[in-house]
Write a protein that binds this ligand. Structure first.
Ligand code: ZN
Length: 277
């Protein structure tokens, strides 16, 4: 009887060990998620779909934190994508913000810091120091505090529609400007509206950026996805974050997250058409 009990306990332990190692390795095996935020605060700047309140942002960050997610740097993501040796947490995630709103500094930053999270802020060149946008001083301070500052073009134009010199201005001048502000290299780019083509991708690469982010949905998987076409999951005011988290913490496969796409791609396309992203 005692022997049987011991065997049963041993079996349960082995099953639990196997199960937890399967769960633990699930997220890295299946790819790394990158979240995309815009406004965080009470003032939506006329963009309600792209705005979540600070309370909701903190709820989402706390849920990620409690689920064991740890933010990684974009450099770690790129190393993983290139299959280089890199130390990653059990549940890695990257958090990004597009467009450089000043509420990112005022509202999102303190919450990220409270939970020990990092993020990447993609800044539009001509908007620096404009009303409701990040100031050069704030951008510098964020970079100093260990947050990455990336390019999001000079004027938020659709890069696929530009001539060579215009493309050069949008990508290179934005990079130089941000580096002048932060005194650090700006190594990552996000495509305005998520629009990309081969020319813009190659220009971003030759400008010295190490990777570029789209709004293609799903998670980023080494060996499958391109580092200049990285996927992101946009978080809208209408996003069911608990349902998303359930997928991210489950034993999802990369394509399972792609069916998260339709509703959100509609929103992206609508937003892009409205010139909002
Ligand atoms: Zn944008």
């Amino acid at each position: 009887m005692v022997v049987l009990k011991k065997r049963a306990v041993a079996t349960v332990i082995v099953v639990i060990m196997l199960f937890s190692s399967y769960i633990a390795s699930a997220s890295r095996q299946d790819g790394i998620p990158v979240l995309l935020y815009h406004h965080v605060g009470n003032d939506d700047g006329g963009l309600p779909r792209l705005t979540i309140t600070a309370d909701e942002f903190e709820r989402q960050v706390a849920l990620l934190h409690n689920a064991g997610f740890e933010t990684i740097s974009p450099e770690q993501l790129i190393a993983y994508m290139k299959r280089e040796e890199v130390s990653l947490p059990e549940r890695p995630i990257l958090i990004t913000f597009d467009d450089g709103y000043d509420d990112n500094y005022a509202n999102a930053l303190p919450i990220l810091q409270k939970y020990g999270f990092k993020a990447v802020f993609f800044v539009v060149g001509i908007n620096v120091d404009r009303a409701q946008r990040l100031s050069a001083q704030q951008v510098r301070e964020m970079a100093k505090s260990g947050f990455a500052i990336g390019g999001h073009s000079m004027t938020h134009s659709d890069l696929t529609q530009l001539s060579g010199p215009e493309l050069e201005h949008e990508i290179l001048d934005n990079k130089r400007q941000l580096e002048g502000i932060t005194h650090q290299e700006s190594l990552f780019f996000s495509y305005p509206y998520g629009f990309f083509n081969l020319r813009s991708w190659k220009k971003i690469e030759s400008a010295g950026y190490q990777g570029a982010f789209t709004v293609l949905s799903g998670v980023n998987k080494a060996g499958r996805d391109n580092i200049f076409l990285l996927r992101r999951i946009p978080i809208f005011s209408t996003t069911d974050f608990d349902a998303l988290l359930a997928r991210l913490t489950g034993t999802y496969s990369a394509h399972m997250l792609l069916d998260y796409l339709p509703e959100h791609m509609d929103s992206i396309i609508n937003s892009a058409t409205d010139g909002l992203l």
